[in-house]
Design a protein. Sequence first.
Lengths: 177, 247, 199
Amino acid sequence: MANAKHYIFVSITLGSIAAASALLIGGANYLTREKITQNEINSINKGIVAIFGQSAGIIEQKEIANDSYKYVTYYYAVSKEGSDENIGVAYRTTGSNMYGKISLLVGFNLSNEFVSISVISDEQTYAQTLTDNYIVPVQDGTRDYNDVSCGATYGAKLIRDMINDASKANEAQIWKD
Amino acid sequence: MKREKGYTKKNFLKGIINENPLFVSILGTCPALATTKTLEAAIGMGILFTVVLICSSALVSLLRKVISEEIRTPAYIVIIATFVTIVKMFTNAFLPDLYSTLGVFISLIVVNCIVLGRAEAYASKNNVFDSFIDALGMGVGYTLALLSMAFFREFLGTGAFAFGNIFTFIPLVKVQIIPKEYVMSIFQNPAGAFIVFGLILAVLAFIKNRKEEYKAYLARQEKIRKAEEAKKAALATAANKEEGGNK
Amino acid sequence: MNIFVAFVLAIISSMLMDNVVLSRFYGICPFLGVSRKVNSSLGMGVAVVFVIMLATLICWPFYTYILVPAGIPFMDTVAYILVIASLVQLTGLFIKKYSPSLYKSLGIYLPLITTNCAVLGVAQGNTDQGLSFLDSIANGLGTSIGFLLIIVTFSCIRTRLETANTPKAFKGLPIALITAAIMAIALVGLQGLFSGIKL
């Protein structure tokens, strides 16, 4: 009988520790959730600035769920701060392959030419190689984004496909409907 | 309970020098190699690690009478994992750049042998204050070890010290010491991490060997001195005897 | 995309170019601690392959079909470590019952696997990176076989190093770490191997 009591005690302790831990984590999640969402918005704003230069900002955004453009998730119209004059558009694209997922902002100017990309999140296995050999040269304009052989080739191919997808979406002006 | 004087200080210092978790016990090597590319990342990792270690040690010590033998390991794992998850969330919220730099290695603090090891070996047997000091010492010792690796890796690999990339609340400072053309970027690569770690261990072993040799030398000297003294004494007694015989 | 080719590429990639020990730094503790003898490193490697595969097969569906629908994806680390710890215990009991001889050779490594970051690292990485189930299996298989390959190779080199004439300060771990660095450099040379294969 003492044995049974002992086991009940043990399982109650373990259960209460687990419950307390779940509560603590839930509490921490409640405290940090808003801030994390805010960080995401901040990172998109930062990406817009990185593509279009200082004082660029989003004036309009739209969620896009179109099956023929599978990578494109959001559309942003970009303007100079303090004015309504449109200076370009950006698309948020998300895709994944066998090495992980990437989320990018792809920017186009008003004559529908590709300007630059900005990384929102890169969970690729070869993220560092990809950044060093592909993303940074593309951002600097020293590498054509179609040239994907860079040591992290599959991630680069994914990015190229995402840019092409966004470009097609931009030409089709899918945000209009 | 009676305790010797200066125990707290000794308890704190042992984690930094004599029982340094990284360089002496060779524990927690994974983050030591993976997150020491830059000084900033190493500081970040060290702080997160120390926070988890202190919190879990204190809680384990607090609950040491409640947790019985059979459920020790699972209970400790749950406690550690809880603190790691909380620390991970707060990092994601308030230092997103640190979060993305360290990536999965924040979660991997859960399986860091040091945390579980301190919980098993120290916190489960000692009171809260002692466990706190022990964890603090170990955490600081580990952080310093990480920093010393990151120092060489960042200095030799990039030729510069940069601050403000990860802790965005301080202004961006970059001091280029070696011109960019002459840096050895291998120290930023995985291979460089192994080399730096190996060389630091070799230097520490060298110093230890030297100390031992010096001790052996001193012991030898002492032995010779003693032998000589004995000889002298023997001679003196012999002389005394002779003198006595002459008389 | 040819799924089979992609599957094989993912395995080879996580086995060699992105080796778990030498470029991702998971599982350094057993890599340094259990590699003095070839036999023990083989035992450790096989045990790790087994546990990583089981953990991958359980953790990914657990995250996707239980934690996410329940709205608590942030409980992932706690859930994974519990799954892994109980998996290791169960594996130990299972092997002990059905193959005592295997238990004799693997048994002592099993408790060490709970604190091997490779297992939690793979489970966590699979869901953090947003891999599909098939890619997760490829990642688990490649990672664990890569671990086995490297730890056995490394232990072979280390047995030779024991008898080699190394400076006194480098004896033991330091020279082993320098060796690991050279192995890491060799694997870096394989990067970009698949650039020509079209997918």
